[in-house]
Design a protein around this ligand. Structure first.
Ligand code: GCV
Length: 611
Protein backbone atom coordinates (compact mmCIF):
# COMPACT_ATOMS: atom_id res chain seq x y z
CA UNK A 1 0.00 0.00 0.00
CA UNK A 2 1.26 3.46 -0.81
CA UNK A 3 1.67 5.82 2.13
CA UNK A 4 0.68 9.49 2.06
CA UNK A 5 4.12 10.43 0.70
CA UNK A 6 3.33 8.62 -2.53
CA UNK A 7 -0.20 10.02 -2.67
CA UNK A 8 0.41 13.69 -3.17
CA UNK A 9 -2.97 14.20 -4.77
CA UNK A 10 -2.67 16.50 -7.74
CA UNK A 11 0.97 17.33 -7.02
CA UNK A 12 2.38 13.97 -8.05
CA UNK A 13 4.18 15.70 -10.88
CA UNK A 14 6.30 17.64 -8.39
CA UNK A 15 7.67 14.94 -6.16
CA UNK A 16 11.25 16.04 -6.38
CA UNK A 17 11.01 19.68 -5.34
CA UNK A 18 12.87 20.85 -2.25
CA UNK A 19 11.13 22.94 0.40
CA UNK A 20 11.95 26.61 0.86
CA UNK A 21 11.80 29.13 3.70
CA UNK A 22 9.88 31.84 1.86
CA UNK A 23 7.16 31.80 -0.82
CA UNK A 24 9.74 33.01 -3.35
CA UNK A 25 12.15 30.19 -2.50
CA UNK A 26 9.34 27.66 -2.70
CA UNK A 27 8.30 29.08 -6.07
CA UNK A 28 11.89 28.81 -7.35
CA UNK A 29 12.35 25.27 -6.07
CA UNK A 30 9.01 24.02 -7.38
CA UNK A 31 9.53 25.43 -10.87
CA UNK A 32 13.18 24.31 -11.02
CA UNK A 33 12.10 20.75 -10.22
CA UNK A 34 9.16 20.82 -12.58
CA UNK A 35 10.88 22.39 -15.59
CA UNK A 36 13.88 20.09 -15.40
CA UNK A 37 13.93 20.01 -19.21
CA UNK A 38 15.98 23.21 -19.40
CA UNK A 39 13.19 25.80 -19.48
CA UNK A 40 13.88 28.55 -17.00
CA UNK A 41 11.51 30.51 -14.82
CA UNK A 42 12.50 33.97 -13.63
CA UNK A 43 10.76 35.71 -10.79
CA UNK A 44 10.25 39.42 -10.28
CA UNK A 45 9.03 40.38 -6.83
CA UNK A 46 6.75 43.43 -6.62
CA UNK A 47 5.57 43.63 -3.04
CA UNK A 48 2.54 45.81 -3.76
CA UNK A 49 1.10 43.11 -6.01
CA UNK A 50 0.52 40.95 -2.87
CA UNK A 51 -1.36 37.80 -3.98
CA UNK A 52 -1.53 38.83 -7.64
CA UNK A 53 0.78 37.69 -10.41
CA UNK A 54 1.40 37.94 -14.11
CA UNK A 55 3.04 35.24 -16.22
CA UNK A 56 4.79 36.07 -19.47
CA UNK A 57 7.21 34.37 -21.84
CA UNK A 58 6.85 30.99 -23.43
CA UNK A 59 9.24 29.13 -25.71
CA UNK A 60 12.56 29.94 -24.04
CA UNK A 61 11.37 30.36 -20.53
CA UNK A 62 8.81 32.01 -18.29
CA UNK A 63 8.77 35.14 -16.21
CA UNK A 64 6.51 35.42 -13.17
CA UNK A 65 5.96 38.87 -11.74
CA UNK A 66 4.05 39.10 -8.48
CA UNK A 67 3.78 40.06 -4.84
CA UNK A 68 5.34 38.06 -2.04
CA UNK A 69 2.68 35.37 -2.26
CA UNK A 70 1.75 36.24 -5.83
CA UNK A 71 4.98 34.73 -7.18
CA UNK A 72 4.12 31.46 -5.49
CA UNK A 73 0.57 31.41 -6.86
CA UNK A 74 2.01 32.30 -10.27
CA UNK A 75 4.46 29.40 -10.08
CA UNK A 76 1.70 26.95 -9.26
CA UNK A 77 -0.67 28.35 -11.89
CA UNK A 78 2.11 27.91 -14.45
CA UNK A 79 2.83 24.33 -13.40
CA UNK A 80 -0.86 23.43 -13.28
CA UNK A 81 -1.45 24.77 -16.78
CA UNK A 82 1.66 23.13 -18.27
CA UNK A 83 0.97 19.77 -16.62
CA UNK A 84 -2.67 19.80 -17.77
CA UNK A 85 -1.68 20.89 -21.28
CA UNK A 86 -3.70 24.10 -20.97
CA UNK A 87 -2.97 27.67 -22.03
CA UNK A 88 -1.06 29.56 -19.38
CA UNK A 89 -3.30 32.34 -17.95
CA UNK A 90 -2.54 35.71 -19.52
CA UNK A 91 -2.59 39.14 -17.89
CA UNK A 92 -2.57 40.02 -14.21
CA UNK A 93 -4.35 37.39 -12.13
CA UNK A 94 -5.77 38.72 -8.88
CA UNK A 95 -7.92 36.82 -6.38
CA UNK A 96 -11.50 37.97 -5.89
CA UNK A 97 -11.36 37.42 -2.13
CA UNK A 98 -8.53 38.37 0.22
CA UNK A 99 -9.26 35.51 2.65
CA UNK A 100 -9.62 32.06 1.11
CA UNK A 101 -10.09 29.92 4.15
CA UNK A 102 -10.26 26.30 5.20
CA UNK A 103 -11.95 25.72 8.57
CA UNK A 104 -10.84 22.49 10.21
CA UNK A 105 -13.10 20.90 12.79
CA UNK A 106 -10.14 19.07 14.36
CA UNK A 107 -10.28 18.37 18.09
CA UNK A 108 -7.16 18.22 20.19
CA UNK A 109 -7.80 14.59 21.11
CA UNK A 110 -7.19 13.74 17.47
CA UNK A 111 -10.81 13.24 16.46
CA UNK A 112 -12.32 15.36 13.69
CA UNK A 113 -15.93 16.48 14.02
CA UNK A 114 -17.69 15.40 10.83
CA UNK A 115 -14.37 14.04 9.58
CA UNK A 116 -14.50 11.24 7.03
CA UNK A 117 -10.81 10.90 6.23
CA UNK A 118 -9.36 9.57 9.44
CA UNK A 119 -7.96 11.33 12.45
CA UNK A 120 -6.50 14.80 12.65
CA UNK A 121 -3.30 15.35 10.70
CA UNK A 122 -1.87 17.55 13.47
CA UNK A 123 -3.58 16.88 16.82
CA UNK A 124 -3.42 13.78 19.01
CA UNK A 125 -3.52 13.29 22.81
CA UNK A 126 -4.50 16.93 23.45
CA UNK A 127 -1.40 18.37 21.83
CA UNK A 128 0.13 18.97 18.43
CA UNK A 129 1.52 15.77 16.94
CA UNK A 130 2.42 15.61 13.28
CA UNK A 131 5.01 14.82 10.68
CA UNK A 132 6.52 18.17 9.64
CA UNK A 133 6.92 16.92 6.05
CA UNK A 134 3.22 16.21 5.85
CA UNK A 135 2.32 19.68 7.11
CA UNK A 136 4.59 21.19 4.45
CA UNK A 137 2.96 18.97 1.89
CA UNK A 138 -0.39 20.26 3.10
CA UNK A 139 0.83 23.86 2.81
CA UNK A 140 1.87 23.10 -0.72
CA UNK A 141 -1.50 21.52 -1.58
CA UNK A 142 -3.33 24.57 -0.28
CA UNK A 143 -1.01 27.13 -1.87
CA UNK A 144 -1.10 25.38 -5.22
CA UNK A 145 -4.76 26.40 -5.55
CA UNK A 146 -4.48 29.74 -3.76
CA UNK A 147 -5.89 28.89 -0.31
CA UNK A 148 -4.27 31.22 2.23
CA UNK A 149 -5.86 30.65 5.66
CA UNK A 150 -6.10 27.46 7.72
CA UNK A 151 -8.18 27.53 10.89
CA UNK A 152 -6.69 24.59 12.76
CA UNK A 153 -9.20 23.79 15.50
CA UNK A 154 -12.89 23.00 15.73
CA UNK A 155 -15.36 25.87 16.08
CA UNK A 156 -16.77 23.82 18.95
CA UNK A 157 -13.83 24.69 21.18
CA UNK A 158 -13.43 21.99 23.78
CA UNK A 159 -11.37 22.85 26.83
CA UNK A 160 -7.88 21.64 25.81
CA UNK A 161 -8.00 23.78 22.66
CA UNK A 162 -8.11 26.91 24.79
CA UNK A 163 -4.46 26.23 25.56
CA UNK A 164 -3.54 26.97 21.97
CA UNK A 165 -3.59 30.57 23.19
CA UNK A 166 -1.39 30.04 26.26
CA UNK A 167 0.42 26.82 27.31
CA UNK A 168 0.51 25.45 23.78
CA UNK A 169 1.20 28.78 22.12
CA UNK A 170 4.87 27.98 21.30
CA UNK A 171 3.68 24.79 19.57
CA UNK A 172 0.98 26.74 17.72
CA UNK A 173 3.68 29.16 16.56
CA UNK A 174 5.93 26.31 15.38
CA UNK A 175 3.03 24.88 13.40
CA UNK A 176 2.31 28.28 11.85
CA UNK A 177 5.96 28.56 10.81
CA UNK A 178 5.74 25.34 8.79
CA UNK A 179 2.90 26.77 6.69
CA UNK A 180 4.30 30.28 6.33
CA UNK A 181 6.54 29.59 3.29
CA UNK A 182 3.39 28.51 1.46
CA UNK A 183 1.61 31.77 2.17
CA UNK A 184 -0.85 29.93 4.43
CA UNK A 185 -1.69 31.88 7.59
CA UNK A 186 -3.11 30.26 10.68
CA UNK A 187 -6.45 31.14 12.25
CA UNK A 188 -7.69 29.92 15.63
CA UNK A 189 -11.20 29.11 16.82
CA UNK A 190 -11.79 30.60 20.24
CA UNK A 191 -14.31 30.04 23.00
CA UNK A 192 -16.32 33.13 23.95
CA UNK A 193 -16.30 32.09 27.62
CA UNK A 194 -12.56 31.49 27.69
CA UNK A 195 -11.84 34.22 30.30
CA UNK A 196 -14.08 32.32 32.74
CA UNK A 197 -12.23 29.06 32.28
CA UNK A 198 -9.15 30.95 33.34
CA UNK A 199 -10.25 32.68 36.49
CA UNK A 200 -12.60 35.54 35.56
CA UNK A 201 -16.12 35.50 36.97
CA UNK A 202 -17.76 36.60 33.72
CA UNK A 203 -17.26 36.69 29.95
CA UNK A 204 -19.58 39.70 29.54
CA UNK A 205 -18.23 41.63 26.55
CA UNK A 206 -18.98 44.98 28.22
CA UNK A 207 -17.01 44.10 31.34
CA UNK A 208 -13.71 46.01 31.54
CA UNK A 209 -11.89 43.03 33.04
CA UNK A 210 -13.01 40.79 30.17
CA UNK A 211 -11.93 43.37 27.61
CA UNK A 212 -8.52 43.66 29.27
CA UNK A 213 -8.19 39.85 29.36
CA UNK A 214 -8.79 39.58 25.62
CA UNK A 215 -6.48 42.53 24.88
CA UNK A 216 -3.72 40.87 26.88
CA UNK A 217 -4.37 37.50 25.22
CA UNK A 218 -4.30 39.05 21.74
CA UNK A 219 -1.00 40.76 22.50
CA UNK A 220 0.55 37.48 23.65
CA UNK A 221 -0.78 35.49 20.70
CA UNK A 222 0.18 38.00 18.00
CA UNK A 223 3.62 38.42 19.55
CA UNK A 224 4.15 34.69 19.04
CA UNK A 225 2.46 34.55 15.62
CA UNK A 226 2.61 38.02 14.06
CA UNK A 227 0.83 36.96 10.86
CA UNK A 228 -2.05 35.12 12.56
CA UNK A 229 -5.05 35.78 10.31
CA UNK A 230 -7.54 36.11 13.15
CA UNK A 231 -10.02 34.37 15.42
CA UNK A 232 -13.06 32.35 14.37
CA UNK A 233 -16.04 32.29 16.75
CA UNK A 234 -19.14 30.12 17.10
CA UNK A 235 -21.20 31.89 19.76
CA UNK A 236 -24.71 31.29 21.13
CA UNK A 237 -24.96 28.40 18.72
CA UNK A 238 -25.69 24.75 19.52
CA UNK A 239 -25.00 25.28 23.23
CA UNK A 240 -21.77 27.25 22.76
CA UNK A 241 -21.42 30.26 25.04
CA UNK A 242 -21.92 33.76 23.66
CA UNK A 243 -22.93 37.34 24.40
CA UNK A 244 -26.65 36.48 24.76
CA UNK A 245 -25.87 34.94 28.15
CA UNK A 246 -25.14 38.49 29.36
CA UNK A 247 -28.02 40.15 27.54
CA UNK A 248 -25.57 41.58 24.97
CA UNK A 249 -26.00 41.61 21.21
CA UNK A 250 -23.82 39.74 18.76
CA UNK A 251 -22.42 43.07 17.58
CA UNK A 252 -21.35 43.88 21.14
CA UNK A 253 -19.77 40.45 21.51
CA UNK A 254 -17.99 40.47 18.17
CA UNK A 255 -16.80 44.08 18.44
CA UNK A 256 -15.24 43.49 21.86
CA UNK A 257 -13.08 40.72 20.38
CA UNK A 258 -12.46 42.64 17.17
CA UNK A 259 -11.09 45.61 19.14
CA UNK A 260 -8.69 43.35 21.02
CA UNK A 261 -7.15 42.03 17.82
CA UNK A 262 -7.41 45.14 15.62
CA UNK A 263 -3.97 46.54 16.59
CA UNK A 264 -2.38 43.46 14.99
CA UNK A 265 -4.41 43.50 11.79
CA UNK A 266 -6.42 40.47 12.98
CA UNK A 267 -9.83 39.65 11.55
CA UNK A 268 -12.67 38.47 13.74
CA UNK A 269 -14.71 35.90 11.86
CA UNK A 270 -18.08 35.55 13.58
CA UNK A 271 -20.33 32.71 12.46
CA UNK A 272 -23.98 33.45 11.72
CA UNK A 273 -25.03 29.83 12.35
CA UNK A 274 -27.33 30.74 15.23
CA UNK A 275 -30.78 29.21 15.75
CA UNK A 276 -32.96 27.65 18.41
CA UNK A 277 -31.76 24.06 18.75
CA UNK A 278 -34.20 23.38 21.57
CA UNK A 279 -37.35 23.81 19.54
CA UNK A 280 -40.57 22.01 20.44
CA UNK A 281 -41.50 20.20 17.22
CA UNK A 282 -45.17 20.89 18.00
CA UNK A 283 -44.55 24.63 17.74
CA UNK A 284 -45.08 25.68 14.14
CA UNK A 285 -44.45 29.36 14.81
CA UNK A 286 -40.69 28.81 14.83
CA UNK A 287 -39.04 28.17 11.46
CA UNK A 288 -35.31 27.52 11.72
CA UNK A 289 -34.30 28.86 8.28
CA UNK A 290 -35.58 32.31 9.35
CA UNK A 291 -33.23 32.49 12.32
CA UNK A 292 -30.02 34.04 10.98
CA UNK A 293 -31.76 36.77 8.97
CA UNK A 294 -34.05 37.66 11.89
CA UNK A 295 -31.07 37.96 14.22
CA UNK A 296 -28.48 39.68 12.04
CA UNK A 297 -30.33 41.98 9.65
CA UNK A 298 -31.14 44.48 12.44
CA UNK A 299 -27.40 44.50 13.26
CA UNK A 300 -26.28 45.43 9.74
CA UNK A 301 -23.88 48.34 10.11
CA UNK A 302 -23.27 47.70 13.83
CA UNK A 303 -20.12 45.60 13.41
CA UNK A 304 -16.56 46.97 13.51
CA UNK A 305 -14.60 47.03 10.25
CA UNK A 306 -12.44 44.01 11.06
CA UNK A 307 -15.42 41.76 11.80
CA UNK A 308 -16.45 39.32 9.08
CA UNK A 309 -19.82 37.65 9.45
CA UNK A 310 -19.48 34.10 8.17
CA UNK A 311 -22.76 32.82 6.73
CA UNK A 312 -23.46 29.24 5.62
CA UNK A 313 -24.49 29.21 1.97
CA UNK A 314 -28.00 28.05 2.81
CA UNK A 315 -30.31 29.00 5.70
CA UNK A 316 -30.30 25.51 7.24
CA UNK A 317 -27.05 23.60 7.50
CA UNK A 318 -25.20 22.37 4.41
CA UNK A 319 -28.12 20.30 3.21
CA UNK A 320 -28.09 18.61 -0.19
CA UNK A 321 -30.40 21.31 -1.56
CA UNK A 322 -31.09 24.67 0.01
CA UNK A 323 -31.84 28.08 -1.40
CA UNK A 324 -29.17 30.76 -0.96
CA UNK A 325 -29.20 32.25 2.53
CA UNK A 326 -31.19 35.50 2.30
CA UNK A 327 -28.66 37.07 4.66
CA UNK A 328 -26.08 36.90 1.86
CA UNK A 329 -28.41 39.03 -0.25
CA UNK A 330 -29.64 41.33 2.51
CA UNK A 331 -26.67 42.58 4.52
CA UNK A 332 -25.06 45.53 2.81
CA UNK A 333 -22.94 47.22 5.45
CA UNK A 334 -21.25 44.18 6.98
CA UNK A 335 -18.26 42.34 5.48
CA UNK A 336 -19.45 38.79 4.80
CA UNK A 337 -17.86 35.42 4.24
CA UNK A 338 -19.80 32.60 2.62
CA UNK A 339 -19.22 29.20 4.23
CA UNK A 340 -19.28 25.88 2.37
CA UNK A 341 -18.64 22.37 3.64
CA UNK A 342 -16.12 20.19 1.83
CA UNK A 343 -16.58 17.56 4.55
CA UNK A 344 -19.45 15.51 3.18
CA UNK A 345 -21.56 15.51 6.33
CA UNK A 346 -24.92 15.41 4.56
CA UNK A 347 -23.57 14.67 1.12
CA UNK A 348 -22.26 11.14 1.36
CA UNK A 349 -19.49 10.98 3.99
CA UNK A 350 -16.79 10.83 1.30
CA UNK A 351 -18.17 7.40 0.41
CA UNK A 352 -20.79 8.49 -2.12
CA UNK A 353 -19.50 10.64 -4.98
CA UNK A 354 -20.45 14.29 -4.69
CA UNK A 355 -18.51 16.91 -6.65
CA UNK A 356 -19.54 20.28 -5.28
CA UNK A 357 -18.34 22.91 -7.71
CA UNK A 358 -21.76 23.41 -9.33
CA UNK A 359 -23.09 24.42 -5.90
CA UNK A 360 -20.40 27.08 -5.63
CA UNK A 361 -21.14 28.29 -9.14
CA UNK A 362 -24.85 28.61 -8.30
CA UNK A 363 -24.11 30.34 -5.01
CA UNK A 364 -21.67 32.88 -6.43
CA UNK A 365 -23.81 33.67 -9.44
CA UNK A 366 -26.86 34.30 -7.23
CA UNK A 367 -24.88 36.48 -4.83
CA UNK A 368 -23.23 38.57 -7.46
CA UNK A 369 -19.64 39.75 -7.30
CA UNK A 370 -18.52 41.91 -4.46
CA UNK A 371 -21.18 40.97 -1.92
CA UNK A 372 -18.78 38.91 0.17
CA UNK A 373 -15.21 39.64 1.12
CA UNK A 374 -14.08 36.17 2.10
CA UNK A 375 -14.78 32.51 1.45
CA UNK A 376 -14.56 29.62 3.91
CA UNK A 377 -14.99 25.88 3.60
CA UNK A 378 -15.08 23.19 6.25
CA UNK A 379 -12.14 20.87 5.60
CA UNK A 380 -12.54 17.35 4.20
CA UNK A 381 -8.98 16.40 5.16
CA UNK A 382 -7.70 13.75 7.53
CA UNK A 383 -4.79 11.45 8.26
CA UNK A 384 -5.82 8.84 5.68
CA UNK A 385 -3.08 8.22 3.14
CA UNK A 386 -5.16 9.73 0.36
CA UNK A 387 -5.98 12.77 2.56
CA UNK A 388 -9.72 12.87 1.86
CA UNK A 389 -11.08 9.36 2.55
CA UNK A 390 -12.24 8.90 -1.02
CA UNK A 391 -9.46 9.72 -3.48
CA UNK A 392 -11.97 11.61 -5.68
CA UNK A 393 -13.05 13.83 -2.77
CA UNK A 394 -9.74 15.64 -3.33
CA UNK A 395 -11.35 17.18 -6.42
CA UNK A 396 -13.51 19.23 -4.04
CA UNK A 397 -10.55 20.71 -2.18
CA UNK A 398 -8.81 21.45 -5.47
CA UNK A 399 -11.83 23.09 -7.10
CA UNK A 400 -12.69 25.01 -3.93
CA UNK A 401 -9.32 26.75 -4.14
CA UNK A 402 -9.93 27.74 -7.75
CA UNK A 403 -13.43 29.08 -6.94
CA UNK A 404 -12.24 30.96 -3.86
CA UNK A 405 -9.73 32.66 -6.16
CA UNK A 406 -12.18 33.22 -9.00
CA UNK A 407 -15.90 32.63 -8.33
CA UNK A 408 -16.52 32.73 -12.09
CA UNK A 409 -14.51 29.53 -12.52
CA UNK A 410 -16.05 26.75 -14.53
CA UNK A 411 -16.87 23.56 -12.54
CA UNK A 412 -16.05 21.23 -15.43
CA UNK A 413 -12.84 22.98 -16.39
CA UNK A 414 -11.64 22.85 -12.78
CA UNK A 415 -12.49 19.17 -12.59
CA UNK A 416 -10.77 18.34 -15.87
CA UNK A 417 -7.63 20.02 -14.62
CA UNK A 418 -7.74 17.97 -11.41
CA UNK A 419 -8.29 14.74 -13.34
CA UNK A 420 -5.34 15.47 -15.64
CA UNK A 421 -3.04 16.43 -12.78
CA UNK A 422 -4.07 13.48 -10.63
CA UNK A 423 -4.27 10.55 -13.04
CA UNK A 424 -2.64 9.66 -16.33
CA UNK A 425 -5.76 8.24 -17.97
CA UNK A 426 -6.43 7.77 -21.68
CA UNK A 427 -8.54 10.65 -23.08
CA UNK A 428 -11.80 8.66 -23.20
CA UNK A 429 -11.39 7.64 -19.58
CA UNK A 430 -10.69 11.23 -18.56
CA UNK A 431 -14.01 12.14 -20.13
CA UNK A 432 -15.75 9.31 -18.39
CA UNK A 433 -14.37 10.19 -14.92
CA UNK A 434 -15.17 13.86 -15.51
CA UNK A 435 -18.73 13.03 -16.56
CA UNK A 436 -19.23 10.75 -13.56
CA UNK A 437 -18.14 13.42 -11.10
CA UNK A 438 -20.02 16.20 -12.88
CA UNK A 439 -23.25 14.14 -12.58
CA UNK A 440 -22.56 12.99 -9.03
CA UNK A 441 -24.30 15.86 -7.26
CA UNK A 442 -27.55 15.49 -9.19
CA UNK A 443 -27.52 11.72 -8.73
CA UNK A 444 -27.02 11.98 -4.98
CA UNK A 445 -29.74 14.62 -4.78
CA UNK A 446 -32.20 12.41 -6.64
CA UNK A 447 -31.93 9.50 -4.26
CA UNK A 448 -31.57 11.50 -1.03
CA UNK A 449 -33.32 14.85 -1.26
CA UNK A 450 -35.60 15.25 -4.24
CA UNK A 451 -37.72 18.42 -4.46
CA UNK A 452 -35.75 20.01 -1.61
CA UNK A 453 -36.85 17.40 0.93
CA UNK A 454 -33.88 17.41 3.28
CA UNK A 455 -33.12 16.16 6.76
CA UNK A 456 -34.54 12.69 6.12
CA UNK A 457 -31.21 11.26 7.33
CA UNK A 458 -30.14 9.06 10.22
CA UNK A 459 -29.98 11.44 13.20
CA UNK A 460 -26.50 12.43 14.40
CA UNK A 461 -24.77 10.28 11.78
CA UNK A 462 -26.27 12.06 8.79
CA UNK A 463 -25.73 9.16 6.38
CA UNK A 464 -28.46 6.85 5.16
CA UNK A 465 -32.24 7.36 5.11
CA UNK A 466 -34.51 7.96 8.08
CA UNK A 467 -37.58 9.91 6.89
CA UNK A 468 -38.86 10.54 10.41
CA UNK A 469 -35.44 10.57 12.07
CA UNK A 470 -35.50 14.31 12.75
CA UNK A 471 -39.26 14.75 12.73
CA UNK A 472 -39.92 14.87 16.45
CA UNK A 473 -36.60 16.30 17.55
CA UNK A 474 -35.60 19.72 18.85
CA UNK A 475 -33.42 20.81 15.93
CA UNK A 476 -36.11 22.53 13.85
CA UNK A 477 -35.76 20.17 10.90
CA UNK A 478 -39.14 18.83 9.82
CA UNK A 479 -40.86 17.57 6.65
CA UNK A 480 -44.29 17.28 8.31
CA UNK A 481 -45.35 14.47 5.99
CA UNK A 482 -48.81 13.03 6.64
CA UNK A 483 -51.37 11.17 4.57
CA UNK A 484 -52.49 14.38 2.82
CA UNK A 485 -49.37 16.38 2.08
CA UNK A 486 -45.66 16.95 2.66
CA UNK A 487 -43.42 19.99 3.09
CA UNK A 488 -43.65 23.34 4.87
CA UNK A 489 -45.39 26.45 3.62
CA UNK A 490 -42.73 29.14 3.90
CA UNK A 491 -44.63 31.82 2.00
CA UNK A 492 -46.35 34.74 3.70
CA UNK A 493 -49.32 32.44 4.31
CA UNK A 494 -47.03 30.12 6.22
CA UNK A 495 -43.85 30.86 8.15
CA UNK A 496 -43.03 33.94 6.05
CA UNK A 497 -39.46 32.82 5.36
CA UNK A 498 -39.79 33.56 1.61
CA UNK A 499 -40.43 37.21 2.54
CA UNK A 500 -36.76 37.51 3.57
CA UNK A 501 -35.76 37.47 -0.10
CA UNK A 502 -35.64 40.53 -2.32
CA UNK A 503 -37.64 40.50 -5.54
CA UNK A 504 -37.73 38.77 -7.94
CA UNK A 505 -36.74 35.76 -5.77
CA UNK A 506 -39.50 36.41 -3.24
CA UNK A 507 -42.25 36.04 -5.84
CA UNK A 508 -40.45 33.26 -7.67
CA UNK A 509 -40.30 31.11 -4.53
CA UNK A 510 -43.78 32.10 -3.28
CA UNK A 511 -45.65 30.50 -6.17
CA UNK A 512 -45.48 26.70 -6.59
CA UNK A 513 -45.91 27.23 -10.32
CA UNK A 514 -42.68 29.25 -10.57
CA UNK A 515 -40.69 27.83 -7.64
CA UNK A 516 -37.86 25.65 -9.01
CA UNK A 517 -38.75 21.97 -8.68
CA UNK A 518 -35.64 21.28 -6.63
CA UNK A 519 -36.91 23.64 -3.90
CA UNK A 520 -40.62 22.95 -4.19
CA UNK A 521 -41.08 21.15 -0.89
CA UNK A 522 -38.66 23.48 0.86
CA UNK A 523 -41.02 26.40 0.19
CA UNK A 524 -44.40 24.68 -0.08
CA UNK A 525 -46.66 22.14 1.54
CA UNK A 526 -48.31 20.19 -1.25
CA UNK A 527 -50.65 17.22 -1.66
CA UNK A 528 -49.34 14.04 -3.23
CA UNK A 529 -51.53 14.52 -6.30
CA UNK A 530 -50.20 18.04 -6.96
CA UNK A 531 -49.45 18.24 -10.67
CA UNK A 532 -45.86 19.22 -11.43
CA UNK A 533 -44.77 21.42 -14.34
CA UNK A 534 -43.99 18.34 -16.41
CA UNK A 535 -47.43 16.83 -15.80
CA UNK A 536 -46.37 14.18 -13.30
CA UNK A 537 -47.92 14.07 -9.85
CA UNK A 538 -45.76 14.97 -6.90
CA UNK A 539 -45.78 11.41 -5.58
CA UNK A 540 -44.86 9.99 -8.98
CA UNK A 541 -41.96 12.41 -9.18
CA UNK A 542 -40.76 11.27 -5.73
CA UNK A 543 -40.89 7.63 -6.84
CA UNK A 544 -39.27 8.37 -10.22
CA UNK A 545 -36.36 10.31 -8.76
CA UNK A 546 -35.54 7.56 -6.29
CA UNK A 547 -35.63 4.86 -8.93
CA UNK A 548 -33.63 6.98 -11.35
CA UNK A 549 -31.03 8.09 -8.80
CA UNK A 550 -30.41 4.52 -7.73
CA UNK A 551 -30.10 3.32 -11.31
CA UNK A 552 -27.65 6.12 -12.03
CA UNK A 553 -25.54 5.12 -9.02
CA UNK A 554 -25.43 1.56 -10.37
CA UNK A 555 -24.39 2.88 -13.78
CA UNK A 556 -21.61 4.92 -12.16
CA UNK A 557 -20.37 1.68 -10.63
CA UNK A 558 -20.04 0.17 -14.09
CA UNK A 559 -18.35 3.26 -15.50
CA UNK A 560 -15.90 3.25 -12.61
CA UNK A 561 -14.86 -0.35 -13.14
CA UNK A 562 -13.89 0.51 -16.73
CA UNK A 563 -11.28 3.07 -15.58
CA UNK A 564 -7.63 2.11 -15.39
CA UNK A 565 -6.94 4.00 -12.18
CA UNK A 566 -3.70 3.35 -10.32
CA UNK A 567 -3.70 1.28 -7.14
CA UNK A 568 -4.75 1.83 -4.41
CA UNK A 569 -7.15 4.49 -5.75
CA UNK A 570 -8.77 1.88 -7.95
CA UNK A 571 -9.56 -0.51 -5.09
CA UNK A 572 -10.57 2.24 -2.67
CA UNK A 573 -12.91 3.87 -5.18
CA UNK A 574 -14.43 0.48 -6.07
CA UNK A 575 -15.05 -0.43 -2.45
CA UNK A 576 -16.69 2.91 -1.73
CA UNK A 577 -18.77 2.64 -4.86
CA UNK A 578 -20.24 -0.64 -3.62
CA UNK A 579 -21.18 1.11 -0.38
CA UNK A 580 -22.71 3.99 -2.35
CA UNK A 581 -24.85 1.61 -4.38
CA UNK A 582 -26.07 -0.11 -1.20
CA UNK A 583 -26.85 3.32 0.23
CA UNK A 584 -28.74 4.42 -2.89
CA UNK A 585 -30.88 1.25 -2.84
CA UNK A 586 -31.67 1.80 0.81
CA UNK A 587 -32.66 5.41 0.16
CA UNK A 588 -34.83 4.35 -2.77
CA UNK A 589 -36.70 1.66 -0.87
CA UNK A 590 -37.06 3.39 2.48
CA UNK A 591 -38.23 6.70 1.01
CA UNK A 592 -40.58 5.20 -1.54
CA UNK A 593 -42.12 2.90 1.06
CA UNK A 594 -42.49 5.79 3.50
CA UNK A 595 -44.44 7.88 1.01
CA UNK A 596 -46.36 4.91 -0.36
CA UNK A 597 -47.63 4.09 3.11
CA UNK A 598 -48.87 7.66 3.57
CA UNK A 599 -50.23 8.34 0.09
CA UNK A 600 -51.43 4.88 -0.94
CA UNK A 601 -50.47 5.89 -4.49
CA UNK A 602 -49.18 3.16 -6.79
CA UNK A 603 -46.15 3.66 -9.02
CA UNK A 604 -47.34 4.36 -12.55
CA UNK A 605 -44.66 2.04 -13.91
CA UNK A 606 -45.42 -0.84 -11.58
CA UNK A 607 -41.92 -0.98 -10.07
CA UNK A 608 -41.38 -2.62 -6.70
CA UNK A 609 -42.24 -0.51 -3.71
CA UNK A 610 -42.11 -2.51 -0.51
CA UNK A 611 -45.03 -2.44 1.94
C1 GCV B 1 -19.06 22.02 14.30
C2 GCV B 1 -23.78 21.08 12.17
C3 GCV B 1 -22.88 19.91 12.43
C4 GCV B 1 -22.00 20.15 13.65
C5 GCV B 1 -21.22 21.45 13.45
C6 GCV B 1 -22.23 22.58 13.20
C7 GCV B 1 -21.54 23.90 12.91
O1 GCV B 1 -24.74 21.20 13.19
O2 GCV B 1 -23.64 18.75 12.58
O3 GCV B 1 -21.13 19.06 13.78
O4 GCV B 1 -20.42 21.74 14.56
O5 GCV B 1 -23.02 22.26 12.08
O6 GCV B 1 -21.44 24.26 11.75
O7 GCV B 1 -21.14 24.57 13.85
Amino acid sequence: MAGWEERRAWLRCMEKAAWGDTPLEVAKNETAAYFSNGKTVEFQLEQEMQDSFEISGGDQGWRVRGGETGVLYGAYALIRACEAGETVPAGVQAPSYALRMINCWDNMDGSVERGYAGRSIWFEGNRFEYEPARIRQLGRLLASVGINVLCVNNVNVHQPAQHLLDGLLPDTARFAALLRPFGVRLMLSIDFSQPMQQGLSTADPLDAGVQAWWAETAKRVWTAIPDLAGFLVKADSEHRPGPNTYGRTHAEGANMLARAIAPYGGRLVWRAFVYNCMQDWRDKTIDRPRAAYDLYMPLDGAFDGNVILQVKHGPYDFQVREPLSPLLLGMEKTPLAVEFQLAQEYTGHQIDLYYMASLWRETFSQMGKGSVTAVAAVSNLGRDDCWTGHPFAMANLFAYGLFAWDPDSDPEKALRQWVKLTYALPAGQEDSLTAMLMDSRAVYERYTATLGLCWMVQPNIHYGPSPYGYEFQAWGTYNRADRNAVGIDRTKNGTGYAEQYPEPLRSLYADPQTCPDNLLLFFHRLPYDFVMKDGRTLIQRIYDDHFQGCQEAEAMGEALSALSLPSPDREEAAERMQAQIRNAREWRDVTNTFFHRFSGAEDRHGRTIYD
